[in-house]
Design a protein around this ligand. Structure first.
Ligand code: SF4
Ligand code: SF4
Length: 145
């Protein structure tokens, strides 16, 4: 797992992002500092099975505000990557990924709900362009479909 421990150390001591991280503000138990503390103590294995590491929205607010251009999302991303390599990706994340590579979308807009809320029909997703690009990427990596 690649992480800059000097930056992590400073991040652990700082904690300024808690007031703007939507997951910290809304999800009880979501606590990047605890995760970072455990990484620094080389005691992070238990996080690989935790739903917490998948609750980062990757909104990048913590990256944008960070005085050291870091962002505590890096710790969450590193653990998610490691969990995926070990086959510990949660089923709902896998389902979302499968849908994304098949359709270029993470969900279907519900026309009836949009109508009820007075919203216009959703714009086209750009799915065809995405699928073409994704195919080029897969070919370049030798991924078999
Ligand atoms: S990217 Fe940063 S601010 Fe956004 S949810 Fe993840 S940890 Fe919180
Ligand atoms: S990401 Fe930056 S601003 Fe946020 S807690 Fe860590 S060091 Fe502080």
């Amino acid at each position: 797992m690649y992480l800059d421990y000097n930056l992590l150390e400073k991040c652990y001591k700082c904690g300024a992002c808690y007031d703007l991280c939507p997951s910290c503000l809304n999800l009880p138990g979501y606590d990047p500092r605890k995760v970072i503390g455990d990484i620094l103590a080389d005691n992070y294995e238990h996080w690989l099975n935790s739903e917490s590491i998948w609750q980062c929205l990757e909104c990048h607010h913590c990256l944008e505000i960070c005085y050291q251009h870091y962002g505590f999302e890096n710790a969450m991303t590193a653990l998610r990557t490691l969990a995926s390599k070990r086959g510990l990706t949660p089923q709902q994340v896998k389902r979302g990924w499968d849908m994304f590579v098949r359709t270029g979308k993470l969900g279907e807009p519900q026309s009836s709900a949009r109508k009820r809320l007075g919203l216009p029909q959703a714009a086209e997703s750009g799915k065809d362009s995405f699928l073409k690009l994704f195919k080029i990427y897969q070919d370049s990596k030798g991924v078999k479909t």
